[in-house]
Design a protein around this ligand. Structure first.
Ligand code: FAD
Length: 402
């Protein structure tokens, strides 16, 4: 699928620079990166030095006014080397503060954007998954009733109580966009999205989770014990916050899809190269028709993923044409790209492993990392089941009958 016409010259330059960094600094150092977080921070700092951290922020704050398409290319290229670096970086560059930029919440923008455009590494966090049932807090059919973290307005402040599990950059982020409820019975009006600075009294963090994949990103629980923040740190107010929560599901779903694509592309490269020289039945493995069929299926999956992901990036960059990014139709299309990318990437990477024999799972060969990294793209954001509810809602008023 040729999508070059969607890219600007600047997008292409960014892609080349990040591709080069991934090839030289990330791919050869997988093991070191997965065991030494200082080394991960060095890579992040290089991205900051390349101007990439600031790229997604408005020019008036020293940012680059970068497009969603450019952000997608960066995340795709980084995921070829390491999913965790791609995840953490994508969240820092735009996903957390983008809603405030779209909502034009100046108090939040003035308070929280500058560190990301300062030339120093800064982390942000989307604090969504409630400890007691993460899928419930993401489930659009529950109309906010599944959110467990509470926010109560007292005078000029919101008081937040609750516990979140697994947020990426938990404990190291400067700012936490926290999904709360002011009233679980109020439907969309009860959903509250509130920015919380790290140094707020009552905010604390668990130890980083140990995981088999994305070892280069930090996931820690976030605890809110009577955390007080100014009421202006609420994103956009009753009703609109629920819309922005849907928008976040579209943005994070798209980010997830770019990572699935990058990991699948890396797996494809490895399969193509290895089967070109590995002999079986007196010829290179890829010259057997059964192998060619698997290689073709990998290529077809990647081509279709790329088309749907960059189509979605284009939609996110042209909201004047495609409408607000929280309508059921928009969310459905965005989530379809995410679900398809995750399922396709998992399927083709598993299938490609068959052409590598035991090397597929050797720790001295790069494929095992693709097998590991790709799985999370099906599990997070409420998982594929909750995501499919979002897809179906674009076509009819799917309800929760509980
Ligand atoms: C590497 C990594 C990064 C992450 N990053 C973040 C982050 O940045 N921010 C954040 O907030 N969280 C993050 N998470 C958490 C992740 O998004 C959640 O774990 C995920 O959304 C699922 O929540 P849960 O584990 O509580 O699943 P549960 O609520 O226990 O649900 C488990 C499964 O039950 C099924 N299920 C539940 N309810 C229903 C239903 N109504 N209908 C059908 N099936 C259902 C689904 O299959 C679901 O996947 C991250 C997790 C990982 C591993």
């Amino acid at each position: 699928m040729n999508l070059e016409h969607l890219l600007t010259d600047e997008d292409r330059q960014i892609r080349e620079a990040v591709r080069d960094l991934t090839k030289k600094e990330i791919i050869p150092n997988t093991r070191k990166l997965e065991t030494d977080y200082n080394f991960v921070e060095e890579v992040h700092q290089k991205l900051v030095d390349m101007g990439i951290q600031a790229a997604g922020y408005p020019a008036e704050y020293g940012g680059g006014d970068g497009s969603s398409t450019a952000l997608g290319i960066i995340c795709e290229e980084l995921a070829k080397g390491d999913g965790g670096i791609s995840l953490s970086a994508g969240i820092n560059w735009g996903l957390t503060l983008k809603p405030a930029i779209v909502a034009e919440n100046r108090v939040v923008m003035d308070r929280f954007i500058p560190p990301f455009c300062s030339g120093k590494l800064a982390y942000s966090c989307l604090s969504m998954t409630d400890e007691a049932g993460g899928a419930d807090s993401e489930n659009p059919l529950l109309d906010g009733a599944g959110i467990k973290t509470t926010a109560k307005l007292e005078g000029d402040e919101y008081v937040i109580n609750g516990n979140k599990s697994w947020p990426t950059n938990g404990g190291i982020a400067e700012v936490y966009l926290t999904i709360c409820t002011t009233d679980t019975k109020a439907g969309d009006d009860g959903v509250a999205l509130i920015y919380v600075p790290r140094d707020t009294p009552g905010l604390s963090f668990g130890k980083p989770e140990k995981k088999m994949l994305f070892k280069t990103s930090i996931n820690s629980s976030v605890h809110y014990d009577n955390v007080r923040v100014p009421k202006e740190y609420r994103l956009a107010g009753p009703g609109m916050d629920a819309n922005f929560y849907h928008f976040i599901s579209a943005g994070t779903g798209w980010h997830s899809a770019t990572m699935a694509l990058g990991i699948a592309e890396r797996a494809f490269e490895i399969v193509l190269e290895y089967t070109g020289t590995r002999m079986g039945g007196f010829k290179p493995v890829r010259q057997h028709s059964m192998a060619a069929g698997i290689i073709a299926d990998m290529a077809i999956g990647i081509e279709m993923m790329r088309a749907s992901i960059y189509n979605l990036g284009y939609m996110l960059d042209h909201l004047d044409v495609y409408g607000p990014p929280w309508t059921p139709e928009f969310i459905s299309k965005a989530t379809a790209a995410r679900v398809y990318a995750a399922d396709t990437a998992v399927e083709i990477i598993n299938k490609g492993a068959e052409l590598l024999g035991s090397m597929a799972i050797s720790e001295d060969f790069p494929y095992e990392k693709c097998l590991r990294d790709v799985k999370i793209t099906q599990l997070w954001l409420g998982g594929q089941q909750i995501s499919r509810y979002r897809v179906a809602r674009g076509y009819y008023d799917l309800k929760n009958w509980a």
